[in-house]
Design a protein around this ligand. Sequence first.
Ligand SMILES: Cc1cc2nc3c(=O)[nH]c(=O)nc-3n(C[C@H](O)[C@H](O)[C@H](O)COP(=O)(O)OP(=O)(O)OC[C@H]3O[C@@H](n4cnc5c(N)ncnc54)[C@H](O)[C@@H]3O)c2cc1C
Length: 528
Amino acid sequence: MPSIPKPSTTEVDLATTDIAVVGAGAAGLYAALRAAREGARVVLVSATPLAQTASYWAQGGLAAALAADDSPELHLADTELAGRNLVRRSAAEILVREAPACVADLQSLGVRFDADRFGRLALGLEGGHSIRRIVHAGGSATGRRVVRQLSALAAADPRITVFEGQRARALWTEPGSGEDLGSAPSPTPGASPGAGRCRGLLCESANDQTGDGGARVVSARAVVLATGGAAALWARTTNPPGSQGVGLLLAHAAGARLADLELLQFHPTAAIGVPGREGFLVTEAIRGEGATLHDLSTGERFVEELAPRDEVSRAIQSRLRETGASAVGLDMRSIDPAHFPNVVAALREAGLDPTRELVPVAPAAHYAMGGVVVDLHARSSVPGLYAVGEVSCTGLHGANRLASNSLSECFVFARRAVDAALSEPAPATPAAGEIGALLSSPGLPLAEPATRAALWRDAGVQRTGEGLSRLLGDPHPLGRLIARCALAREESRGAHLRIDHPERDPALDYRHAVVCGADETVSWETWE
Ligand SMILES: Cc1cc2nc3c(=O)[nH]c(=O)nc-3n(C[C@H](O)[C@H](O)[C@H](O)COP(=O)(O)OP(=O)(O)OC[C@H]3O[C@@H](n4cnc5c(N)ncnc54)[C@H](O)[C@@H]3O)c2cc1C
């Protein structure tokens, strides 16, 4: 299996800062700006260009209870209903309460959301929401607009040093210190008593193929992982190629707990068979405006289009199995193309005019509900290590994320992470031996096409114990961990559909599958 090459040089630069943020998507940028506004020094490490973050690709928007007839309680109820008895209520309550303030903060940072003719925020509707509550920008160009604005601010901020084109290769942790996060104000679910403190990280050029390009050790009070999700580990995906869960492996190697890796959301409407646009996501907001789904041979509508995503994906997948077709048709001919300009333009560029013909769509791997287990301040089980955005598992999405809750989560929990991280102990200076150990840490694996094909086949929309057992032999460590969690969850719940265990098991309500340490065994936890 190829791996990212190791730096062989002993020339290592040392940078000292307050907060080291890894990843420059919505979560990382917002965390960096928040810390800088609090007067902290920030190093922001980003492996890929802006346009290759999932945040940049986000279309629909962010969910916040802002309408006059909406409330955090209604937003919470929708989130819990979609999450199928696995939503961690304490985290979801924070999200629904704090999302409106984040929208206001983004506006104060210069993000211009779409407004109606009265100048009020225009709110979209997406699957699983009982009311219009999706704040958007540029129609379906929300991610692009938000990320561009935040990155311009970060680039101009003298307190933020951006290591662009740099990839975090390993986390620098002290040997176990005996600290017990159980004494923290909001206990980390399943904290690892005694885990060694995270002091910083090693990064290197993301483009260097020789391993001789030099390396940097960043020493910080806290490291905030914001490396995004893992959906690009699956062959058919809506995500940019870099979303392969590298942050999960960094955290796992540092001793952090990971959870709910089996819970991967499949987006129902990703383009299929459209040249150059394989996996291109057609936002759910278009269904919110009235687009419908049809069997391409009979023209029949076969699903409630605005049901939560797990239901719609499952209905499409069943229809495809029954008919042997590769796609169903999304009819958006009645939709005003001016409301979704980038979707219409992208499809037209690929030779398909969605104002005149149906768009062939099928489910694709989209969003990782699982990740690095964090508490309500985004603290992982390793002291000094935080995780925000899609790399984290706050538990708030349960077994099926409610549409547009993820961007909101990026902002709400990035803010909480920074507020907590600023009171971590001052940065330390690494000893020569520690630098040596970091430099000799094993390379992070890249997923080969065979792994990606295996995940799609064996851990796709429909799973069996037999297929998942096959995955246990995959060379990619995250592929194996996903298989372990998926095998352990002997039931069907939300995005996780086991054909051999088709029912939900009430005994697993509110129970999260947690992995930690080298033996890769799965334990079950219930979180406050
Ligand atoms: C097509 C699409 C549409 C979506 N639409 C919506 C939507 O409308 N609403 C919504 O709420 N959610 C949406 N989502 C989901 C949402 O966009 C993501 O969950 C969210 O943007 C994740 O943000 P993030 O900051 O956690 O990660 P990302 O935006 O993926 O950023 C990850 C960052 O980490 C960096 N990185 C990774 N590994 C390393 C490393 N080792 N070292 C250094 N840097 C590293 C990357 O370079 C990148 O900068 C959509 C997702 C996709 C793919």
